[in-house]
Design a protein around this ligand. Structure first.
Ligand code: ADP
Ligand code: MG
Length: 276
């Protein structure tokens, strides 16, 4: 079984490793949101509902706001609601927090993920220049646009592997070094925190040509949780299925089959990509 964390938590872990993310802060109320808005000091901010599922953009859970009124309206609308996306159960998941972030001027959206290949027990990086959209769709229609390499656990990520992938993605100049940095640090995070999946979709090129992680999803194996106190603190039972929660409290692994829970599905979704 896997546990998920929220986007803002994934981004905290990224930032600690020096992986570039937009500046932002999470909050639980309109009042807090208005304070953060003042702190961020930019007229435009991006408000992002925090639930353990992707597809929030399409589901209306991500919005750019231009002023305090728009901010107040959207935060009121989101907090306390159930957000239904194509990735979660029909009843959706409750929004208790929103992330307020500086807007990024996106020039293009890429895809990057790291996943443990359970069959070969190796760590695989996957990337595509077709980011922002659902990666399963890319896999179905243009599988040749997904690039992969596996990491030798004895030597770790090799710079040439990053450079090769960067070229395939069409990156150039400073972006190649930035990509190598991001991949190397993601691998460090992946191994140190016993993760089973990290997905950055989209990894964007901004207006100045720099790479920034605009989204972050992380899965961790429950069996490793005892030695990851920091990630244990990130646990948010409100995002999980009630029966799974009860099973967890009895140390059982229960998988809800009706409206398969996001906890279970995200990493498995990527497992089949390893086969194409
Ligand atoms: P999800 O994957 O759940 O839909 P994302 O975090 O990927 O959520 O956001 C959806 C889309 O919203 C992104 O593909 C991007 O186009 C836009 N977006 C997200 N964060 C920002 C930001 N800080 N600045 C500008 N656009 C953003
Ligand atoms: Mg995303």
């Amino acid at each position: 079984m896997n546990m998920n964390v929220h986007e803002y938590q994934a981004k905290q872990l990224f930032a600690k490793e020096g992986i570039p993310v937009p500046q932002g802060k999470v909050c639980r109320s309109v009042e807090e949101a208005l304070n953060i808005y003042a702190e961020l000091g930019s007229k435009q901010v991006v408000v992002k509902a925090q639930v353990h599922a992707g597809g929030r953009g399409k589901a209306g859970g991500v919005r750019v706001v231009d002023n305090k009124n728009m901010l107040t309206d959207f935060v009121k609308q989101m907090i306390g609601s159930q957000l239904v996306t194509y990735q979660n159960a029909p009843e959706g998941q409750p929004v208790h927090q929103v992330l307020l972030e500086e807007p990024c001027q996106i020039s293009s959206e890429l895809y990057l993920s790291v996943v443990l290949d359970r069959s070969s027990q190796t760590v695989i990086f996957m990337a595509s220049s077709e980011g922002g959209v659902d990666i399963e769709t890319v896999a179905e229609s243009t599988p040749e646009k997904i690039f992969k390499f596996s990491v030798d656990p004895l030597v770790g990520v090799m710079p040439f592997q990053c450079r090769e992938m960067a070229f395939l993605l069409g990156l150039e100049g400073k972006q190649i070094k930035q990509f190598t940095h991001i991949v190397t640090k993601l691998y460090k995070l992946f191994t140190e925190k016993d993760l089973s999946m990290i997905e950055v979709n989209p990894l964007v090129i901004d207006a100045s040509g720099d790479l920034v992680c605009l989204d972050g999803k992380i899965n961790i194996d429950n069996n490793a949780m005892y030695r990851q106190p920091q990630i244990r603190e990130y646990h948010d039972p409100s995002q999980e299925n009630e029966l799974e929660n009860r099973a967890r409290s009895f140390d059982l692994s229960y998988i809800a089959l009706n409206g398969i829970s996001a906890v279970w599905s995200m990493e498995l979704d990527l497992q089949w990509l390893l086969w194409i």
